[in-house]
Design a protein around this ligand. Structure first.
Ligand code: CA
Length: 505
């Protein structure tokens, strides 16, 4: 008999944990009126046109056509309601609290102190910032040589990465929104995994000048190489190698130290979500997030379009008025940003999301918010900003995986947890990424890409708390350098796609 999952008592739709055939009797006695794919919605009662479909205790929208109990509710049958109003959202009304830490869980990790950084690092990497895309070809050649010729001499350094991006020239550098990409790049170089070492390579005629990326005391020949000032290709490579050698020598002296978890900042995001993401992977990540906050750590969650429909739920958890107001301001900004492109939040669910059973952005948002657990929200960040508080923080970013990743890196994460239902081999070169699958079938197929399977929750063999503890423990082991997630093991990583809402010239 196929299990169906109903989340809140008031829900009038549920999802089967496996594919269901027409006429099959489901747990609870309901008979399927047609075949229903795994994760897609089945009506629990006779519903008529105009009735609201309730899941997670909220309305996903009104029905365009009626459906009998046991029938399939497809995305085409639902009318997407207007986005919830952002004005005067009540804040601090939900008395959020986090579960106490079980004494068996670790509260320390072995991390790297990073001068000038609010948090400690989990890896020891030389990061080389670029001023413009023009320099990446030369820098990539130099980085290959650094890996082959220099790195073996510095055994305490984990790697070297060229922080290549498509910003820097051909952009309207004084556009109102250029503050976002500039701040993002400036702060990425200050990620704790780079140990406070400043190294940047520019061309010499780009719009993004080094004084925009570096502090005045950093902007000198100890830290900056301008290719147009070099006498040919070989001189460029020689200059990069010589500077890298000096930086590697300092990084090589870094040592892991036992640090309290309050020195750790972790990013959470999801990608390739399905209907199970919101009932298995995301809630168990949310439980891990609550445990981390209990231990004093900082957890960032993001992805504006995936929380927009639950903004009022987040406002209710904001610790103060200022945080709630900034939350509304960031949501408003994103509404206008989408509007300028002639779309709205309904542009979010991908074909894969829909195939996985997510009918619309409200359903996706309710599942996505689950990864934030129940802790109070102590701060809201604009894209690429660095936190000033510790605890649970909403960092406003696009939901796009490879855009959210660099923005969270700029905000200071030294490890990311990534929940997926459909599967993506996503990774970041300088920040380890732990992948959590929402379904066992996903883990079975991608056994050597998925680090933790949360599908056991849907099958009833593990609880949300069990998987949450496994995520927590893997975070501490990974942060301490005792464990490598698959993406790090294989060196799978995405390009740094920098969020630039401004115009190109
Ligand atoms: Ca995402």
């Amino acid at each position: 008999m196929v299990r169906i999952i109903k989340i809140k008592p008031e829900d009038n739709a549920a999802i089967p944990v496996e594919d269901v055939k027409q006429g099959e009797v489901l747990a609870g006695g309901l008979t399927a009126l047609c075949s229903i794919p795994q994760g897609h919605k089945i009506a629990l009662a006779d519903l008529k046109p105009g009735d609201k479909i309730i899941r997670y205790g909220v309305s996903l929208g009104g029905l365009k056509t009626g459906v009998k109990a046991g029938g399939l509710i497809s995305e085409q049958m639902l009318e997407l309601p207007e986005a919830s109003c952002l004005d005067r959202m009540p804040w601090g009304t939900q008395n959020s609290s986090v579960p106490p830490l079980d004494p068996s869980l670790p509260v320390f990790f072995d991390g790297y102190e990073a001068p000038g950084a609010f948090y400690a690092g989990t890896r020891n990497i030389l990061g080389i910032m670029t001023g413009v895309q023009c320099v990446t070809g030369v820098l990539n050649v130099a980085v290959r040589k650094i890996r082959e010729e220099l790195l073996p001499q510095y055994p305490n350094v984990d790697g070297v990465t060229a922080l290549n991006h498509a910003y820097g020239c051909g952009v309207a550098i004084h556009a109102r929104e250029s503050v976002i990409p500039i701040r993002t790049l400036k702060n990425i170089l200050r990620n704790p995994n780079f140990g406070g070492e400043i190294m940047a390579v520019g061309l010499g005629c780009e719009k993004l000048t080094m004084d925009m990326l570096l502090e005045p005391e950093e902007n000198n020949t100890d830290n900056v190489i301008i290719l147009q000032e070099q006498n040919g290709f070989h001189a460029m490579i020689k200059a990069v190698m010589a500077m890298a050698e000096r930086k590697l020598d300092r990084l090589n002296r870094r040592r892991r130290q036992r640090l309290p978890l309050e020195r750790l900042c972790i990013g959470f995001q999801c990608g390739g979500s399905d209907a199970f993401s919101g009932i298995t992977a995301n809630p168990s990540a949310g439980y891990a997030s609550d445990l981390l906050v209990s231990a004093g750590a900082t957890v960032l969650f993001s992805e504006v379009t995936e929380v927009r429909d639950g903004a009022y739920l987040l406002a209710a958890r904001c610790a103060d008025r200022e945080t709630a107001q900034k939350l509304a301001a960031e949501m408003n900004w994103y509404d206008r940003y989408l509007e300028a492109g002639g779309v709205d939040r309904s542009a979010n669910p991908s074909p894969g999301n829909k195939k996985g059973g997510l009918a619309n952005i409200i359903e996706k948002a309710m599942g996505s918010i689950a990864k934030s657990g129940t802790a109070p929200i102590v701060e809201v960040l604009s894209p690429g900003e660095r936190p000033s508080r510790k605890g649970l923080i909403f960092a406003a970013t696009p939901a796009s995986d490879f855009v959210c990743g660099p923005l969270q890196m700029a905000s200071g994460i030294s490890l990311q947890v990534f929940m997926t239902g459909r599967g993506t081999p996503y990774g970041l070169e300088a920040v380890p990424v732990i992948k959590v699958s929402s379904r066992t079938a996903m883990k079975d197929v991608w056994y050597d890409l998925i680090d933790i399977n949360a599908g056991s929750i849907a099958e009833g063999t593990e609880s949300i708390e069990d998987v949450g503890r496994r995520i927590y423990n893997m975070i501490v082991e990974t942060a301490s350098g005792r464990h490598k997630p698959w993406a790090e093991e294989y060196g799978i990583f995405n390009d740094l796609c920098i969020f630039d809402p401004g115009p190109l010239t």
